[in-house]
Design a protein around this ligand. Structure first.
Ligand SMILES: *Cc1c(COP(=O)(O)O)cnc(C)c1O
Length: 355
């Protein structure tokens, strides 16, 4: 008997290229898209190791935990690193980035996370892109937690390297990711003798052996299950409509925030416009105990704890009224309070957002 996951016909180069085009369409980009067959840390590390080198200076914007990882890779590549860190309960401003660029004119690489799933904040990339472009630095964006949840326009925003993963708002698998690469970025990689080549981290290998060769023969056996899953999630987003998917995420964030406030819980991210649509973080004393009580009451609630923070992951299929209400009811139960006010506030915020 054939097995639906195991006994598949090989994935043709043409099919692989069409999935790549689907990602390009999702990002409204005319830049080259490289699909990377691993979790999103693969293209993020590949971009940094290709773009940074001894003698280069990088501005690493730290608005959450991933910034620390990027800073470590940049230093490991021998780049001088200027860290611009802001409190994780806010966003960085274009003005702060502009000031850092003016203070350090040698900066030629900027790394930024768009939305932070871990801390629940999101940064104004369009405005930041403008000041980075004016300075002339190469601009890398980690859009893993924003793609599908909020507008993401790498070409319009001057993003040279836009990294996405399928596992958050796209509702897909974690084992596949992608990056759009501008011509400027390709040129920078090509002139960097330290850029990975003949390596799993190499983006230049994919350019040379796949893109420049006309996308006719795949350099390695494709990760077939992940590619098919990525295609399925692109199809599902297209069927629902990207703007509807994004509205659902925005509504989930507004509803979770309103419901939590009705329970007397303060949102971790202070200003609502800086709160990411992908996940809502909450300031909760004894967060671990509260989250485990909430999960005991409702094991399917997308609730977790980190430090003094409870996070509600309302992304992908969980960007739904049901998941939000389940999370709020579970939190109310953990706090020993009546959920009715939170449910009413969440429902009101949801319909206000979608109408
Ligand atoms: C989720 C996420 C990633 C991917 O990392 P995981 O360890 O798989 O969660 C990368 N960057 C950001 C901003 C993310 O939110």
């Amino acid at each position: 008997m054939t097995h639906p996951l195991l006994d598949l016909p090989p994935l043709a180069a043409e099919h692989f290229a069409s999935i790549e085009q689907g990602v390009a369409d999702l990002l409204s980009t005319r830049q080259d898209v490289v699909i990377t067959q691993g979790e999103a840390l693969l293209p993020l590390e590949g971009c940094i190791r290709s773009g940074a080198r001894p003698g280069s200076t990088a501005l690493n914007v730290v608005t959450g935990p991933y910034g620390t990882t990027f800073g470590n890779w940049l230093r490991d590549c021998g780049a001088g690193v200027v860290d611009l860190a802001v409190p994780f309960d806010t966003a960085v401003t274009a003005e702060q980035v502009d000031r850092a660029l003016a203070e350090h004119p040698r900066i030629d690489f900027v790394s930024l996370v768009h939305a932070e799933a871990a801390t629940g904040n999101t940064n104004p990339v369009a405005e930041i892109g403008e000041v980075v472009r004016a300075h002339g630095a190469l601009f890398m964006l980690d859009a893993v937690a924003s793609v599908g949840a909020e507008p993401l326009l790498p070409d319009a925003w001057g993003v040279d390297l836009c990294v996405i993963g399928a596992q958050k708002a796209m509702g897909g698998p974690a084992g596949v990711s992608a990056v759009s690469v501008s011509d400027r970025a390709w040129a920078r990689f090509a002139e960097n003798p330290a850029a990975p080549r003949r390596s799993y981290l190499s983006l230049l290998d994919w350019k040379e052996r796949w893109i420049d060769a006309g996308r006719t023969a795949l350099p390695h056996a494709p990760a077939q299950l992940e590619m098919l899953a990525l295609e399925a999630c692109l199809d599902r987003i297209a069927a629902e409509g990207l703007s509807t998917v994004m509205t659902r995420h925005r509504a989930a964030a507004a509803a979770t925030r309103a419901g939590a406030q009705a329970l007397g819980i303060a949102p971790y991210v202070i200003r609502p416009e800086e709160a990411a649509p992908v996940a809502t973080t909450l300031r909760v004393p004894q967060a671990t105990a509260v989250a485990s009580k909430a999960l005991a009451a409702s094991p399917a609630a997308p609730v977790s704890a980190a430090g003094e923070m409870v996070r509600v992951n309302h992304y992908g299929r969980a960007a739904s009224p049901e998941a939000v209400l389940t999370s709020l009811t579970a939190l109310a139960s953990a706090l020993g309070t009546d959920p009715a006010g939170a449910v009413a506030a969440a429902e009101a915020a949801w319909s206000e957002t979608v109408h």
